[in-house]
Structure formats: structure tokens, C-alpha cells
Ligand binder design. Structure first.
Ligand code: FE2
Ligand code: FE2
Length: 298
């Protein structure tokens, strides 16, 4: 059975009720005021509702969100996001982005995991949060975290050696079972894609795991623009890597539109139809997208 799902990312839902001036005595949050004011002008949370409606219209079985659900990782923001996801009316899978661990306090408290656990249910190695594996028919979603608190103006991420080792074991096991493996990660994993100070610190080590074990598809967000690339897999295979624009971005600059992508994935085949925001509604960008091959292992 194929899995039909909608991928979106970087919805950065605004919830201003919890952002009282006292919150911003925290140094890390001082820059947050400007960030929120800017976001309010350039992003529209209502577009997320339209993505949810589109997912229903497409008869998607699931909504997958690859991080940056919040802006400052405040409790009030997570409560706001949680309410939206619970009301979506279809199963949702999430992973964290750098904004979901914006402060050391939020990361230390595992705030993202606390509020989002219902959307990350799955198999994991004992004592670890990531990766988690969700088996959905012939497809396995493999959710990673690159979220680490970083200095103001930095938006770097790291998978970490331990998580990479667990990822390798999970990919090997799922490959043995013949499942189509869809890896979810917030930061781009193809070199040269991320802006400086915005990148995945252990990108090469991640690439080495994919080169050894393969995957059928890697999905990410973070750059708020459309990205297509690939990573080398085993035996000369090319593993497709797709970045989606922010789900709530009002921009009409080419490649930077608000966006979501509809996927139909089964072992041996990945079909994507990219949808971008044209200022009024989401429209399909490439209705006749040819199937993209996975690693060829199935
Ligand atoms: Fe983002
Ligand atoms: Fe990000």
C-alpha cells in the first residue's frame, strides 16, 4: 500500500498572548520581539489551516511537518500549536526545528517533546527520543532532531554521533524489511544549500550514513524555499532530497513561496506534486511530476 501524505514545514505559528514584556528580560528572547513583529507581517498562520484543508481534499492519510512549528519555543506557542494539530482531523507527524529549541531553557525542559509527543509516537531505541520510526504500510517515516540552542543570529543544527549511529541501525533494519524509508530532518543535508551560520554542523557525517544504508527520500525545511537535490546512496544510487518552502510565508519571490508538497510513496516509487501559494490560494506547480526513483533497493 502506498502512503499518501502532505509535507509542510516552518509554519512558525504566532501566539502573542504569552509574549509579555517580562519574557524578554531573558537575553535570548530580546531579539525575539523584532522577530515576532517581522513574522507578523510576512507570515500568515491562516495558511496552515488551508494546508490542512488541502490535505483533506487530497485524501492524504497524514500531515508531516519538518520543524519550526514555533518562533521562540514558549509554552504558550507550543500550546497554540498543539491545539491546531489536535484539530487537524488527520494523523500528524512532527519533528523539531531550531526555533523549537530557541532557548536553553526550552531545550533543557524538552519542551518540544513534552507538547508534541502524541505526534512522534513510534519505535525508538531504549532511552532515546530520536530517531523515531513510524511504520505506515510499506512506508517508514524516520524522524530526526537537529534542534540545538544556538547563539543569537545563528540557526545551526546537529544530529550528533549517537543519534547518527541509531539512524544507521534503523535504516539497515527497515531496508531489510523492504520498506520505503522517508527520513525527516529540519536542516538541509546537501552541501551549499544552507546560508552561513544556518547549516547542519555534521552534514558530512549524516551523508555518510545515507551513503552506507540509503533511504528512499529525505525531506527537510529550514531554508523557507523550494530545494531539490540528492545524496549518494549505496551502489551508485541517488537518494532524493527535497526541501519545502515555509507553509505560512506570504512571499511571492520565485522559489520562496509559501508551499506544501503532496507525496505518494511506495517501495520503488516517489511521486511529488509541489503546491505554492499564489497570493490567494495554493496551486499545483508541477501536476505531471514524473516518479522519482529511490535507491533502487526495492
Ligand atoms: Fe524556519
Ligand atoms: Fe529552521
Amino acid at each position: 500500500m502506498p502512503l499518501r501524505f502532505v509535507h509542510c514545514s516552518d509554519i512558525h505559528l504566532l501566539e502573542l498572548a504569552g509574549t509579555t514584556p517580562q519574557r524578554f528580560f531573558n537575553k535570548r528572547l530580546t531579539g525575539g520581539v523584532n522577530l515576532l513583529l517581522n513574522r507578523g507581517r510576512k507570515y500568515d498562520g491562516g495558511m496552515f489551516q488551508k494546508i490542512v484543508a488541502a490535505a483533506h481534499a487530497h485524501a492524504a492519510e497524514r500531515l508531516v511537518i519538518t520543524g519550526d512549528l514555533t518562533n521562540l519555543a514558549l509554552e504558550s506557542e507550543f500550546e497554540h500549536v498543539q491545539r491546531h494539530l489536535e484539530a487537524a482531523g488527520l494523523p500528524v507527524t512532527v519533528i523539531p526545528g531550531n526555533h523549537d529549541a530557541y532557548t536553553r531553557g526550552s531545550a533543557r525542559a524538552h519542551r518540544f517533546e513534552h507538547y508534541m509527543s502524541a505526534f512522534m509516537a513510534g519505535e525508538r531505541e531504549p532511552g532515546s527520543d530520536y530517531p523515531f520510526v513510524q511504520r505506515l504500510g510499506d512506508v517508514a517515516l524516520v524522524g530526526l532532531s537537529t534542534a540545538i540552542p544556538s547563539l543569537p543570529l545563528y540557526a545551526v543544527g546537529r544530529v550528533g554521533d549517537d543519534q547518527l549511529a541509531r539512524l544507521g541501525r534503523a535504516l539497515a533494519r527497515l531496508r531489510g524489511e523492504g520498506l520505503a524509508r522517508v527520513v525527516l530532518i529540519h536542516h538541509p543535508v546537501v552541501r551549499g544549500v544552507a546560508k552561513p551560520r544556518h547549516d547542519l554542523l555534521d552534514l558530512d557525517a549524516f551523508g555518510a550514513v545515507i551513503a552506507e544504508h540509503g533511504a528512499e527520500l529525505v525531506l527537510h525545511g529550514h531554508e523557507h524555499r523550494r530545494i531539490e537535490g540528492w545524496l549518494p546512496g549505496p551502489g551508485g544510487a541517488q537518494v532524493p532530497v527535497h526541501g519545502v518552502g515555509s507553509g505560512t510565508y506570504l512571499s511571492q519571490k520565485p522559489g520562496r513561496h509559501g508551499a506544501y508538497a503532496l507525496y505518494t510513496v511506495r517501495p520503488g516509487s516517489v511521486i511529488r506534486v509541489y503546491h505554492r501559494w499564489d497570493g490567494r490560494e495554493f496551486v499545483a506547480d508541477e501536476p505531471d511530476a514524473p516518479p522519482l526513483r529511490g535507491t533502487g533497493s526495492h
